[in-house]
Write a protein that binds this ligand. Structure first.
Ligand code: FAD
Length: 425
């Protein structure tokens, strides 16, 4: 949508339009795998834009300054920014908007219903945003207009992109490489979607909570990196020949849960701190702050999967090895970090750091909300009170055993630790 809108603005002015991607300094715990995924994805974008005669610029440097100098050098008339509610990107965009002397726009291409249309405030829970989203799907869940080849010519020369310089620009907190099985880019995203619709959509509703089954779509890294849009995925799934219950269950995750995450981050100050939690959650966590913890682990022990719980360790291994932990496991994994750290504040820090370091879909609103839901009860309700957790929803090992074959899962992921050996800092 931002690209289509830029085209519209340019046509109105009778000028060409182009795309700028700024690779700023690494932020929010990004690691080598994120950097490599981004660069490979951008190369695909370059080829796609070239086909449509749309110039593509990739620049490195401080974000706002780089945007501002590009606008000046290339004599840009208007700027269309992508919506992204996460810090520091949001502040960078605001700084860039303030630094340029031209008209700026912000277009939400991440959500089906633009975040500011879905609701005017932070929603209480899925049940409060669901009707608002469903009411607007008729208007927003449409096919994309065709992007025709640009006929206007860029007035200056467009430099070739030095991909090696782009790849090596950022310093990564850890060198966790891109898992071999994970292939970035638009074509890979389409294949992932096709295979999900053909082989796994039927039965999704029933099978999605079993971590031993390959039942999920696997689309989150592609959605996170913009290799495919939620709108396109939703349309394909809606039109698929699969039982209604499966299609509805998937749309609930892809649209309601996902857009609730952006709603939370967009409207919540200090969204990754306890102060952002419901009052009942803040109170109950404070009341249980001094409860005795049977196990307390350091950040390194968590990172290196060295807890007493073989199931938790296997989950951590899955995330590190595959760049993606199963959705059900993520809840158990984060809740145990609350149980095995001294404060909920530190639990949030550990969970978000690990999530954002290793999950290929990390550094996203969904990660913030997943962690805040698990540890601070965001979008949840109060449950039976118990030590450490207070009224925050609890999950335990025997619950996991009732849900799926824990032994098979542990066996699959226990063993390797090479990824931890090549840390740079
Ligand atoms: P599918 O079940 O196939 O779902 C399709 C899409 O729906 C997903 O790609 C995602 O965009 C959306 N979706 C699914 N479940 C959720 C959910 N619970 N909340 C919001 N959107 C959802 N998701 C991320 O994208 N990035 C993260 O960093 C992330 N971290 C998480 C951390 C914790 C502690 C928890 C509890 C959840 C986290 N999630 C995160 C949400 C969810 O676990 C993943 O989106 C899902 O497992 C991705 O796998 P999939 O694409 O195969 O999911």
């Amino acid at each position: 949508w931002p690209l289509l809108y830029a085209k519209e603005r340019a046509m109105e002015r009778g000028v060409p339009f182009g795309v700028l991607f700024v690779v700023g300094p690494m932020f929010n715990h990004g690691s080598r795998r994120h950097n490599d995924w981004m660069v490979a994805s951008l190369q695909v974008v370059e080829a796609g834009l070239r086909e449509k005669q749309i110039p593509f610029f990739v620049r490195t440097g401080e974000w706002a300054e780089t945007v501002a100098s590009f606008v000046e050098e290339e004599e840009i008339g208007e700027v269309v920014f992508d919506q992204n509610p996460l810090e520091p990107v949001r502040s960078w965009r605001e700084q860039a908007a303030a630094a340029v002397a031209v008209k700026v726009w912000e277009v939400d291409g991440r959500n089906v219903v633009p975040v500011w249309c879905a609701s005017e405030k932070a929603e209480f829970a899925a049940r409060t945003i669901r009707p608002k989203l469903h009411k607007q799907l008729k208007e927003f869940l449409t096919d994309y207009p065709n992007l025709v080849t640009q006929t206007e010519v860029w007035p200056r020369s467009v430099p070739a992109i030095d991909w090696e310089a782009v790849r090596s620009y950022r310093t990564c907190a850890v060198e966790a490489p891109l898992p071999e099985a994970m292939e970035p880019g638009e074509a890979a995203a389409r294949r992932c979607l096709d295979s999900f619709i053909e082989h796994r959509l039927e039965g999704y509703d029933e099978r999605r909570n079993d971590p031993n089954q390959d039942a999920l779509s696997g689309l989150s890294p592609y959605l996170r990196w913009g290799n495919i849009s939620a709108q396109f995925v939703a349309k394909q799934v809606q039109d698929a020949d699969a039982p209604r219950a499966d299609r509805d269950a998937f749309i609930e995750e892809l649209i309601v849960r996902r857009e609730l995450s952006d709603n939370y981050v967009y409207y919540t100050k200090d969204y990754d701190t306890i102060s952002a939690a419901h009052e009942w959650a803040q109170k109950t966590l404070a009341e249980h702050r001094d409860d005795e913890r049977e196990y307390v682990y350091t950040f390194d022990e968590f990172e290196q999967a060295k807890t007493h719980d073989e199931l938790w360790n296997a989950m951590q291994q899955q995330m590190v090895q595959e760049g993606k932990m199963h959705g059900w496991c993520r809840m158990y994994w984060a809740k145990k970090i609350l149980e095995w750290t001294n404060t909920p504040e530190y639990a949030i820090e550990v969970a978000l750091t690990l999530n954002d370091r290793y999950e290929l879909d990390g550094r996203d609103s969904n990660g913030v909300v997943g962690v805040m839901w698990s540890i601070a009860g965001v979008h949840d309700r109060a449950w039976t009170e118990r030590p450490i957790f207070g009224k925050i929803r609890y999950m335990n090992y025997s619950g996991a055993k009732r849900k799926f074959n824990v032994d098979a899962y542990v066996k699959r992921y226990t063993g390797t630790a090479e990824l931890f050996d090549d840390k740079t800092g």
